[in-house]
Design a protein around this ligand. Structure first.
Ligand code: ATP
Ligand code: MG
Length: 349
């Protein structure tokens, strides 16, 4: 019997302690009711009786309030616990009941954001690991080749007039590739860590493109390709960072040269309302549709061996994409296997 009484008492105490939040409002309301009762009954004894009655009602109301509040808090606690212990896998599993829909929605959206953040972090971690793997692999290739040539030379080939120069030249070419790779890696890390300083200015597009085309022409001529700059209006000005854009143009033109066997590479400028579009078009091998989405990824190459044999690292277009995006623009590609590719981007006028 005493156990039951103490349990009921403890429950009551627990519930009331949860209702204390509403205590001032309840006491105020009841004080008003008591005063009105005293005035209405106008008798001392009746008033004392009313006081007791209201005290009892008080306990009852506080008990009800507290019980409700306690059950709500218990529900919230249990949802938070379940989230913490990873027992909840989707926002739909979060349920707090009709009284707490606003809070339920808030917890659901917080949970959803948490899930997205965690997924992004995992993806970043994976990208980082893949990147490190790629970097080590790309470094290993030229280093092994250089090591191989030097060892062969040391083992006697140095005295063989037929091959010694050729081996040295090959080793030298690999050191150039290694240097290119390191420069690209430095660029990528500068860009991605937000350290790339841009310096935007208006520049004369014709003079600028003529300079780049003349500089790169020997590479095209070596492959019997035509490299032409189509007519650009005399005083046409565009807004951008000339140095960074030179890296973009060099990359796009060198890709066109690298991946074209016969035909021509055309550079053109088209006026578009408030912008100017710079286009690099080739008659090369083209890019398959499923590769088109991936060519801007770091280290992605459609044909790894072909690209590597020409000193490609697969970082070129990733750098191009970053620089063009830093100009508030986007690289567009159209390509057809066997017919050629067209890369373009716009700059502000
Ligand atoms: N004009 C093009 N025609 C055909 N394929 C191209 C062309 N431009 C790029 N690609 C494909 O996209 C890949 C990625 O190009 P990206 O410039 O990033 O690397 P890369 O040229 O191989 O090396 P590098 O980092 O030295 O530029 C290339 O390996 C090639 O397969
Ligand atoms: Mg390239």
């Amino acid at each position: 019997m005493s156990a039951i009484v103490s349990r009921v008492f403890n429950n009551l105490k627990g519930n009331i302690s949860h209702s204390l939040y509403h205590l001032p409002e309840i006491l105020l309301t009841e004080a008003a009711v008591i005063i009105l009762t005293v005035i209405a009954f106008n008798h001392y004894l009746n008033a004392v009786f009313a006081l007791f009655l209201f005290a009892a009602v008080n306990v009852l109301i506080l008990n009800l309030y507290g019980k409700k509040r306690k059950s709500e808090i218990d529900k919230i606690k249990s949802v938070i616990n379940n989230i913490r212990q990873n027992k909840i896998t989707s926002p739909a599993e979060i349920k707090l009941g009709s009284q707490l829909t606003v809070l339920e929605d808030e917890i659901k959206s917080m949970f959803f954001k948490m899930q997205v953040d965690i997924a992004n972090m995992k993806k970043l971690e994976q990208v980082r690991t893949e990147f490190l793997g790629n970097v080590s692999h790309e470094l290993r290739t030229p280093i092994f080749a250089i090591q191989g040539f030097i060892e062969t030379l040391l083992n006697g080939a140095i005295n063989d007039k037929k091959v010694n120069r050729q081996f040295l030249q090959k080793a030298n070419q690999h050191t150039i590739n290694l240097n290119n790779l390191l420069n690209d890696l430095i660029d990528i890390s500068m860009i991605e860590s937000g350290q790339m300083k841009m310096s935007f200015r208006y520049f004369n597009v014709k003079d600028y493109l003529e300079g780049i085309v003349n500089e790169l022409k020997p590479h095209a001529v070596k492959k019997n390709l035509e490299l032409v700059l189509n007519d650009v209006p005399e005083n046409y000005q565009l807004f951008g960072d000339k140095d960074k854009l030179k890296q973009v143009m060099t990359n796009l033109i060198m890709n066109a040269v690298r991946y074209t066997e016969t035909g021509r590479i055309e550079i053109s400028v088209i006026d578009e309302d408030k912008k100017g579009r710079i286009i690099v078009k080739d008659t090369g091998i083209g890019i398959a549709k499923d590769s088109l989405e991936r060519i801007f990824e770091r280290f992605y190459r459609v044909d790894k061996d072909r690209s590597r044999s020409q000193g490609g690292t697969g970082l070129g277009l990733a750098i191009v994409k970053h620089i063009v995006e830093a100009h508030g623009s986007k690289v567009e590609v159209k390509s057809e296997i066997g017919k050629g590719s067209e890369f373009s981007f716009t700059l502000k006028k």
